[in-house]
Design a binder for this molecule. Structure first.
Ligand code: FES
Length: 137
């Protein structure tokens, strides 16, 4: 299987050390089946062990790998590198959340899971649970 080289431009930021965020570029060899999360894992394992980001399920379920990929909020485990062929892929933390380090944001106080409203009426379709994102400053 052939490999191409992707340029991954990642936001680096350690609030206790850096005055402001900056970009760092990494060259990552990749195959057609690799996703942005694979590139971050490659960087962490082979190029720069200080890169910090989150992931868990690697199946597009948990949402912990969310980041802005080329300016669009995406799951890095579901964003294929070959879709960006020939371009530098910019990976940034999600907007509107305080950055803890690099791509890791603090969502602790911003996410509330609300239960469906209690009702005594019979309904064919129960109301769905909803996730409410709130912004605090
Ligand atoms: S790692 Fe769980 S959605 Fe990507």
């Amino acid at each position: 299987m052939s490999q191409d080289i992707a340029t991954i431009r990642v936001t680096r930021y350690r609030p206790e050390k850096d005055g402001k965020p900056y970009f760092q570029d990494y060259k990552v060899p990749y195959r057609k089946d690799m996703v942005v999360l694979d590139a971050l894992n490659y960087i962490k394992a082979h190029l720069d062990g200080t890169l910090t980001y989150r992931w868990s399920c690697r199946m597009g379920v948990c949402g912990s790998c969310g980041a802005n990929v080329d300016g669009v909020p995406k799951l890095t485990c579901a964003s294929f590198l070959h879709e960006f062929k020939g371009r530098t892929i910019k990976v940034e933390p999600l907007t509107h959340f305080p950055v803890i380090k690099d791509l890791v944001v603090n969502m602790d106080e911003n996410v509330t899971i609300s239960s469906p409203p209690v009702s005594t009426a019979c309904s064919a379709t129960p109301p769905a649970r909803s996730m409410v994102l709130t912004r605090s400053f």
